[in-house]
Design a protein around this ligand. Structure first.
Ligand code: ADE
Length: 257
């Protein structure tokens, strides 16, 4: 995969991109990430990337010319998702991360909060993504979040391959508790079943913990998670009446909007 990121603050990226899984994925050749300074596509002496809004009002708006010039230089005729990070975008989730991880190439434009000239959205951007219902100072942190979530899904990026499939949200449920040594810490014990070495019991226990935790913290996720009849029965006994995800009826629930 190749990722290009357009920003007026390129210095924000190296630390994040050169650490941990993102670094390893690049070292292994799974992804090539290029961060570009939008100012390099300005033509005036002051390298201006923004201007005052037509019609007045506060804040500055990102000018269209450097953004179009940069994207057209970087992509040429290639058809690539051009993603604008903005609080007005579709709210990012694991399913969107999985879809983006299937692409050969992605380009991210880090908008500043006040906004980007509408012609960029209308004629250049193919997708707008928000990382949540709050406002950041710019799209840079959001781009890092999305890039991290996507790159860790590339085959070979994680040391332990099954981990991504078991992540919270990947199964539609939150993960249950995890423990490591020591078996007793300040009198608090690791659950016996985890030390039993009995794989089937461990798997069953984990699934139940996962359901419990999701019911406690994010019952909204239960409506979208594939569940067995027994699991639905168990949830009913806990007082959860649904709705439930149905592969056939509710297929549209899985593609968020
Ligand atoms: N830019 C400012 N706030 C943002 C958000 N919540 N998501 C994506 N980009 C942003």
């Amino acid at each position: 995969m190749r990722i290009d990121i357009l920003t007026i603050f390129p210095d924000m990226f190296p630390c994040v991109l050169n650490t941990s899984i993102l670094k390893r994925a690049q070292d292994k050749g799974l992804v090539e990430i290029h961060v570009w300074n939008l100012r390099d596509w300005t033509t005036d002496k002051h390298q201006t990337t923004d201007d005052t809004p037509y019609g007045g009002g506060g804040g500055m708006i990102m000018k269209p010319e450097p953004i179009f010039a940069a994207v057209e230089t970087l992509l040429g005729e290639e058809k690539v998702p051009v993603i604008l990070l903005t609080p007005q975008g579709r709210v990012f989730n694991q399913e969107m991360a999985q879809a983006l991880a299937q692409q050969e190439r992605l380009l991210f434009i880090c908008g500043r909060y006040e906004g980007v000239d509408e012609r960029v959205r209308e004629h250049l951007v193919t997708e707008e993504i928000s990382i949540g219902d709050y406002v950041l100072s710019g799209g840079e942190l959001a781009a890092m979040v999305v890039v991290d979530a996507v790159v860790r899904l590339l085959p070979g990026a994680l040391g332990y391959e099954r981990a991504a499939a078991e992540d919270s949200h990947a199964t539609g449920l939150l993960e249950g508790p995890h423990y490591t040594r020591p078996p007793v810490f300040r009198g608090w014990e690791v659950p016996e079943v985890l030390r039993s070495g009995h794989h089937a019991r461990v798997a069953q226990w984990r699934r139940l913990q996962s359901l419990k935790r999701t019911l406690e913290r994010r019952p909204d996720l239960l409506a979208r998670a594939p569940l067995t009849q027994e699991e639905k029965q168990w949830l009913r006994e806990q007082g959860y009446e649904g709705p439930y995800y149905d592969e056939n009826e509710n297929a549209d629930l899985r593609t968020d909007n």
